[in-house]
Design a protein around this ligand. Structure first.
Ligand code: TPP
Ligand code: SF4
Ligand code: MG
Length: 287
């Protein structure tokens, strides 16, 4: 049985006291243990940012990549060994600014990964510039009169692009987040977990209190249907006095990239004979 201590790293987090990343980190480890997933069975891929330091604090296969590029690296790992459970943990700047194009294409390909966004709506590591998910009007070092740009809407984008598991959590509700990550781990195909992550140092708007006063759980709504994409899209635009969290949309049975890519159909690349995969001309040149 997997245990929490299996994930214990000697490296201690340098996150600010009260940072929402602690909640996400704890929720992820608990979800993995609850699903009896062991450290050698996973790969955690991140980019650059406060949240992206998570693999360094977690004893498991880990890969910290370049800012904005964890999805291409995760795609490579997935193509090499789709038996690995691949989990991404990265920021809103990393994932929706520099990495925004990768987000769209990872969904389109339906690579089988759990993609967790530490969405604090600010650039934390570089000390407080506005980010792609900052609300319009957000005052920061780089938007002193308030951001004039419309914010990126990760849930709406994922739904529009055909994602089969689209969800949102809150770092201040760990029990709910553990449950959400468990559902994402169980799902076959690209799974989005966008997590509201208060940055106590640089975002004084989207605080724990801000979310506690506004969020409600979709799964508490009697008539909410997670298989209804139009309804999910409508909910994805809800922002103001009431903000939904939970599973917006789930669709079973859509083939993953590895299901459709001929060389990967039978077994992962890493478990195949090298000779069988390359052409005769390449073999004679390099072997
Ligand atoms: C190619 C590149 N551009 C810019 C940077 C500088 N940089 C490092 S982290 C970061 C933004 C971090 O914001 P986010 O991804 O939201 O993560 P957070 O720190 O908020 O967790 C930037 C712009 C970089 N390291 N590499
Ligand atoms: S700057 Fe913000 S995101 Fe970074 S560790 Fe501190 S509270 Fe967390
Ligand atoms: Mg951020």
């Amino acid at each position: 049985m997997a245990e929490l201590k299996d994930y214990l790293s000697p490296n201690k987090p340098t996150w600010c006291p009260g940072c929402g990343n602690f909640g996400i980190w704890n929720a992820l480890k608990n979800a993995l243990v609850n699903r009896n997933i062991k450290p050698h069975e996973i790969l955690i891929v991140s980019g650059i940012g406060c949240g992206s330091k998570l693999p360094d604090y977690t004893r498991a296969n880990g890969l910290m990549t370049l800012h904005g590029r964890p999805l291409p690296a995760a795609t490579g790992a997935y193509l090499a060994n789709h038996d690995l459970k691949i989990i991404l943990t990265h920021g809103d700047g990393d994932g929706f600014s520099m990495g925004g194009n990768h987000f769209i294409h990872a969904i389109r390909r339906n690579i089988d990964v759990v993609d967790i966004y530490q969405d604090n709506k600010v650039y934390g590591l570089t000390k407080g510039q506005y980010s792609p998910t900052s609300e319009k009007g957000f005052v920061s070092k780089t938007s002193q009169r308030g951001s004039i740009e419309e914010s990126v809407k990760p849930i709406s984008l994922a739904l529009g692009q055909g994602a089969t598991f689209v969800s949102r959590g809150f770092a201040g509700d760990i029990d709910h987040l553990v449950w959400l990550i468990e559902q994402a781990l169980d799902h076959r195909g690209y799974s989005l977990v966008d997590v509201f992550q208060p940055c106590v140092s640089f975002n004084k708007v989207n605080t724990y209190q801000f979310y506690q006063q506004r969020i409600y759980k979709l799964q508490d709504e009697e008539d909410y249907d997670i298989t209804n994409r139009e309804l999910a899209f409508k909910k994805s635009l809800e922002w103001g006095d009431r903000i939904p969290i939970g599973i917006f949309y789930k669709e079973e049975g859509k083939p993953t990239y590895a299901d459709e890519l001929v060389p990967l159909k039978e077994k992962p690349l890493v478990k195949q004979e090298l000779g069988a995969l390359i052409s005769e001309s390449l073999k004679s040149e390099f072997m």
